[in-house]
Design a protein around this ligand. Sequence first.
Ligand SMILES: CC(C)(COP(=O)(O)OP(=O)(O)OC[C@H]1O[C@@H](n2cnc3c(N)ncnc32)[C@H](O)[C@@H]1OP(=O)(O)O)[C@@H](O)C(=O)NCCC(=O)NCCS
Length: 164
Amino acid sequence: MGFDFEISQMRQSDLDGVMKIEKASFPTPWSRNAFLSEIYENSRACYLVAKHNGEVIGYVGIWIILDEGHVTNLAVHPDYRRRGVGEGLMKAIIDYARSKGAKRITLEVRVSNLGAQKLYEKLGFVSAGIRPGYYHDNGEDAIIMWRNEQPQRERPVRDHHGRR
Ligand SMILES: CC(C)(COP(=O)(O)OP(=O)(O)OC[C@H]1O[C@@H](n2cnc3c(N)ncnc32)[C@H](O)[C@@H]1OP(=O)(O)O)[C@@H](O)C(=O)NCCC(=O)NCCS
């Protein structure tokens, strides 16, 4: 049997747990207010939490802009890593993005974050370039990754505006 967890929409009552994980996971954590405004004021955003025995053990967020999804945040409590929670959250947010009509999903990941890169590659994301100095805390480069949500042959031809 795999590790047991449930995925649901992030609510204000989840933010104590979310903030503990955020602070344990990132050098420049988001504030509680940043999460609050994402879940209540940003109509383009969706945030999900994973819970085990009622405790938040991970979360993921995405923005849907036109037909693109942009993953904004993903973290799993340090004590619960390598049990499939990150992968489960990513699969759930990919399903959500597809249900909203996303044709592609993108994200940025630190060049040093090999574990996260492995996870994204496992899920079909491919590297599409580097954003130099993307992370302000240490000037680290970001790898930009993309995943297509539809087969290449179904991609629309260029229209007369030269856009996709
Ligand atoms: C990245 C992160 C979210 C992964 O979460 P997780 O729940 O541990 O990941 P999973 O257990 O679902 O891993 C699924 C697969 O991804 C890969 N993977 C995940 N973490 C890995 C690691 N540290 N090293 C190598 N491969 C890793 C493996 O292929 C793994 O499958 P396996 O365990 O069967 O080998 C977690 O390590 C984390 O919160 N890190 C700190 C925050 C962060 O870096 N967020 C991403 C920012 S872009």
